[in-house]
Design a protein around this ligand. Structure first.
Ligand code: DGY
Length: 423
């Protein structure tokens, strides 16, 4: 069975491979997405190390001069996606979007480096990527934490990767829609509209794009100009984990300046993370930076915090919370608490299970000595594949496959889960 699943996953990676980058899925997402690519490369590394390094190299070939790595690279023309390059207008040699995505590259590069059999290639390829990743991290702390709090804000829900999470609802209400130019969505032509964000959310997504475009994508202005500034514990945990992995790799590859800077970011960030903890919710919460208040929304963002080296007692509390959640659903980890009024088992990030998040949470729990909960998450993830195939996401109550099909990062994560289950 495991072999058949592996072969199927490898086939999906091949099918979505465009030579030097991989599309998340045919139709719905026809370009290169930032965190999709980094997580995809981890799966590719089990099959072809050279190809895995190329996936990440290609992404960083499109890094901006200020250090930002954009969330989409539009390698080729495709009318099947909205918003395309004509909306973003970033004026890059190869068009890109103008916002970023969860910075998982540092983690991915270390993971691929650690498992690489071709050590010479790994040293050369990782060594060349380290300064680029470091520049991206420095950009984050400069441009998305201008007050130096230790944690970075997202300024658009698409940056979080959790586009329509309940976490953003209240802050998003303050984003106006006046002046949004008419548009036609394409996502709902590829996927069930009931599984996707709403039209009202799309209008606000586009309002923010138009606002930032009007500021010429100048990252020294965007953070303060944005009516949406949210500090997401999951997003920051990914950044801090990448800082830790970057530091370790930089030690190994003799780049001490990068190691020292990454450890400084890490220490400040981990200390600041504590300000997001809620005893009442038993997890971390998002901070609405505009208002200065925590957002009382029990989402997966606060559980993903365990991907970073948070204190042991916090990881244990998250383990307990996950065990409780596991009694409410068939498949861990729901992206929102099923007891909350806003929970929607089918709609994108308002309830469904995502295997990439399962992977990161399981990894964090494992590191923190919470092996039992991690094992349940891995088992549930493999069970979902057996039941419903390689979907974009799944209903946590009955495993219904949702969103796009034959999904690249789902396949990549399954390859990793199988490797872990085999150990
Ligand atoms: C989409 O188009 O749904 C993406 O999540 C935005 O990057």
């Amino acid at each position: 069975m495991a072999n058949a699943i592996f072969d199927h996953a490898a086939e999906i990676l091949r099918e979505n491979d465009r030579g030097t980058y991989t599309v998340p899925t045919h139709g719905l997402y026809p370009f290169q997405w930032n965190w999709d690519s980094c997580l995809t490369a981890i799966g590719q590394a089990h099959i072809n190390e050279d190809r895995a390094w190329t996936e990440i190299d290609t992404l960083f070939d499109h890094q901006w001069d200020d250090g930002m790595v954009p969330h989409i690279v539009f390698h080729q023309h495709d009318d099947g996606y909205f918003p395309g390059p004509d909306v973003w207008q970033t004026h890059r040699p190869t068009p890109t979007s103008g916002i970023t995505q969860p910075p998982v590259a540092g983690f991915a590069v270390r993971r691929i480096f650690d498992m690489a059999k071709d050590r010479d290639m790994a040293r050369a390829r990782a060594g060349a990527l380290l300064p680029k990743i470091a520049a991206w991290h420095d950009w984050f702390f400069r441009s998305r934490d201008p007050q130096g709090t230790g944690l970075v804000a997202i300024i658009h829900p698409w940056e979080s990767g959790r586009d329509n999470s309940v976490d953003w609802d209240a802050a998003f209400e303050r984003v106006p829609t006046k002046g949004v130019l008419p548009f036609v969505r394409r996502d709902t032509q590829h996927a069930n509209p009931d599984h996707r964000p709403t039209q009202a959310q799309y209008e606000r997504y586009i309002y923010l794009v138009q606002l930032f475009r009007g500021l010429n994508w100048d990252n020294s202005k965007l953070h303060d100009a944005s009516p949406f500034q949210v500090v997401d514990p999951g997003f920051n945990a990914i950044l801090l984990r990448s800082c830790a992995d970057l530091a370790d790799l930089a030690d190994t590859l003799d780049q001490p300046g990068i190691a020292a800077q990454a450890r400084a970011h890490l220490a400040r960030g981990l200390a600041a993370m504590e300000t997001l903890w809620s005893d009442a919710q038993g997890q971390y919460l998002c901070l609405d930076r505009t208002l200065g208040t925590l957002i009382q929304s029990p989402s997966i963002g606060g559980l993903l915090a365990t991907f970073a080296a948070i204190p042991q007692h916090r990881a244990a509390a998250i383990g307990t919370r996950l065990t409780t959640l596991g009694e409410k659903v068939t498949y861990l980890v729901p992206s929102h608490d099923p007891d909350a009024a806003e929970f929607d088992s089918l709609r994108y990030w308002r309830g469904p299970v995502w295997l990439i998040v399962n992977y990161m949470i399981a990894d964090g729990l494992q590191q923190a000595g919470q092996g039992d909960v991690a094992a349940r998450i891995v088992a549930d993830s493999i069970a979902l594949i057996e039941k419903s195939g390689f979907a974009e996401y799944y209903d946590p109550t009955d495993g219904t496959p949702c969103g796009g099909g034959r999904f690249t990062w789902t396949a990549a994560m399954v390859i990793e889960f199988l490797a872990q289950a085999g150990r």
